[in-house]
Design a protein around this ligand. Structure first.
Ligand code: FAD
Length: 597
């Protein structure tokens, strides 16, 4: 028998999005529980290095309007501009709130929050009318910004006595009469099933980079609730847009934050050429990520790659190189000491994973699967939307990387995700607090946990021979090779066929551990099921969009096609397949233009 709980609100996920939502709920006096499959401070938000964007203008002139424009242009005009305006405007109060909570931001000698440059964040070039150059907009705490955000928000929740259920993995949503009324979870330690009844459920479960092999994402980023929402008939928006970050550790995918280039790092090809000068003359290494990842691939294809298989390029953060190519504000020189203070973890990663000294040598980098622009569609209050007419699913919210609001459109700018998760996590929490006051509890079926229990029992009693690790490896390689930085119809059709075969094989998957306590074997098998669904929706959505835009680059359709494709994709589950519908992009101030840097 499942153990029953009743909370006004349940937040699933304890990263930045979930913790700000629960903080708002707790402050509003709402009886709220946070469920997290990880211990909260192990959430992926804690690995974010580079910073959080806000046009504070502490280092040089800056405005929320400029930030908004960059976000829209960076997203290749697929951004909903009303949402981007909120993102850029509320950035300032969000960062100041964090400061007041005690987050130890880096500071200027005058005591203001210090900021650094980041890809795609610009200001007008005073010497070159019509052109734009990098601006210092990223607020940071060395290269541990996400860690500081997560710790700060966790402390605030402890202070406000939020109830945490740690290492509770959600297995299903309770959807009745088209409304969300709670969720079904397993207590990982005991294997007991718990049912949480709630007036509002906020999904804040992060990304699903584990559909790829070479990825910066943590093992836990398996898109559980994104897949569950899809299985319950909620469409997924813009799933074809997955971001490849240009600078992952060679062959391992571990992230070398854009902060390395924000501090002046330079990319070189095999001929010692700073190739970004050729591709993006104004922004160079600080062009948006989608572009740099493509240019790296183009360099490799042109025979300009380096490394054992000539499939990488160099990243150079040696102070001498940086000083040769950049003139720092006030004519100051970059020093080894200064870089160690600005990028302590990143330099340590290079020493650890590449086995070399980054102050003396260049190191190899390669694009790595990084961020899901697509996800569960929501409005600007975090309310989940069920169709192309923006009908709201009562009782269900989503915020953070699992959601698509859509502020990132076809390509996210660095430092805009930490911002997105906090701005829209807060908004979801505030709106849920409002909803809870207006509604009463609805009944939950006593059979709410049937599907979840059947899945677990099915895995334990399976007589099949298929292994989770094998299927996962094949899926990840397929996605890397056929739905990567560059895509074409032929490859993607093969990928969809292969993923379908793997979904079939998954029916025969077996687990070794038949016990109840800490059965990670079963949980990993369930997670593989979510990943297979999301790989399938990603590949199918990518084949469907016959244009190139932002992070979606088609060799067979190399141009952006605003006439036919200036619209959001909604991928619905239909008999195990996908049915596509569309909705328009919200445009307020900025008409689509050619995107050059
Ligand atoms: C290495 C790295 C560096 C990054 N650097 C930056 C940066 O500098 N700036 C920036 O803006 N962005 C950065 N990003 C992106 C950004 O960090 C993430 O997009 C963001 O932190 C996601 O936050 P979130 O709250 O949505 O989810 P997460 O922080 O990923 O948290 C997800 C939560 O969901 C829970 N969960 C998941 N599934 C279940 C389930 N089934 N049941 C219960 N709980 C569940 C987990 O336990 C976890 O608590 C980086 C990302 C990576 C991977």
């Amino acid at each position: 028998m499942a153990i029953l709980h009743k909370y006004d609100a349940v937040v699933v996920g304890a990263g930045g999005a979930g913790l700000w939502a629960s903080y708002e709920l707790a402050r509003a006096g709402v009886n709220c529980a946070v469920l997290s499959k990880l211990y909260p401070t192990r959430s992926h938000t804690g690995t974010a290095q580079g910073g959080i964007a806000a046009a504070l203008g502490n280092m040089e002139e800056d405005h929320p309007d400029w930030h908004c424009y960059d976000t829209i242009k960076g997203g290749d005009y697929l951004v909903d501009q009303d949402a981007a305006e909120i993102l850029a405007d509320e950035a300032i109060v969000t960062v100041l709130d964090l400061e007041h909570m005690g987050l130890p931001f880096d500071r200027t000698p005058e005591g203001k929050i210090e900021q650094r440059r980041f890809g795609g964040h610009t200001k007008p070039d005073p010497n070159n009318p019509g052109k734009r150059i990098p601006v210092m907009r990223a607020c940071k705490s060395a290269d541990r910004t996400g860690h500081m955000i997560l710790q700060t928000l966790y402390q605030q929740n402890v202070k406000h006595e939020t109830k945490f259920f740690n290492e509770f993995q959600v297995l299903d949503l309770i959807m009745e009469r088209g409304e969300c009324r709670g969720c079904v979870t397993i207590d990982i330690a005991s294997g007991e099933i718990h049912i949480f009844q709630a007036k509002a459920v906020i999904l804040a479960t992060g990304g699903f980079g584990k559909i790829f092999k070479v990825t910066s994402n943590a093992h836990s980023l398996t898109g559980d609730l994104v897949a569950m929402a899809w299985r319950h008939g909620i469409p997924l928006e813009d799933m074809e847009f997955f971001q490849f970050h240009p600078t992952g550790v060679y062959e391992k995918g571990i992230l070398i934050s854009e902060a390395a280039r924000g501090e002046g790092g330079i990319l070189f090809n095999a001929h010692g050429e700073r190739f970004m000068e050729r591709h993006a003359p104004s922004m160079k290494e600080l062009a948006p990520r989608d572009m740099i990842s493509r240019y790296i691939f183009e360099e490799v294809r042109a025979g300009n790659g380096v490394g054992p298989h000539k499939d990488a390029v160099w990243l150079d953060v040696r102070p001498d190189t940086i000083n040769k190519y950049h003139s720092a504000p006030g004519g100051k020189k970059v020093t080894a000491h200064g870089l160690e203070a600005a990028l302590p973890d990143i330099l340590e990663f290079v020493r650890l994973y590449e086995g070399l000294e980054p102050m003396k040598e260049m190191f190899l980098i390669q694009p790595t699967a990084h961020y899901a622009m697509g996800g569960i569609p929501t409005d600007v209050h975090g309310r989940v939307l069920r169709d192309e007419n923006n009908s709201v699913v009562k009782g269900l919210y989503a915020a953070g990387e699992c959601a698509c609001v859509s502020v990132h459109g076809a390509n996210r700018l660095g430092t805009n995700s930490l911002l997105d998760i906090l701005v829209f996590g807060r908004r979801a929490g505030l709106d849920a607090a409002r909803l809870i006051k207006e509604t009463t509890f609805e009944d939950v079926s006593p059979k709410a946990d049937e599907v979840a229990i059947a899945q677990i029992e099915g895995l334990k009693s399976s007589k099949g021979k298929e292994s989770v690790a094998d299927i996962r490896k094949k899926m990840q390689l397929t996605m890397d090779q056929q739905v990567g930085v560059f895509r074409n119809a032929e490859d993607m059709k093969m990928a969809i066929g292969a993923i379908n075969d793997l979904r079939e094989a998954y029916q025969g998957v077996t687990v070794m551990d038949k016990g109840a306590r800490f059965n990670t074997d079963v949980l990993e098998a369930l997670e593989l099921g979510y990943l297979l669904d999301l790989a399938y929706v990603t590949a199918t959505s990518a084949l469907n969009r016959t244009e190139s835009r932002g992070g979606h680059a088609r060799e067979d359709y190399p141009n952006r096609d605003d006439v036919n494709w200036l619209k959001h994709t909604l991928a619905f589950k239909n008999n195990g397949g996908v049915e596509f519908k569309y909705k328009p992009v919200t445009i307020t101030k900025y008409q689509p233009q050619e995107r050059n840097y």
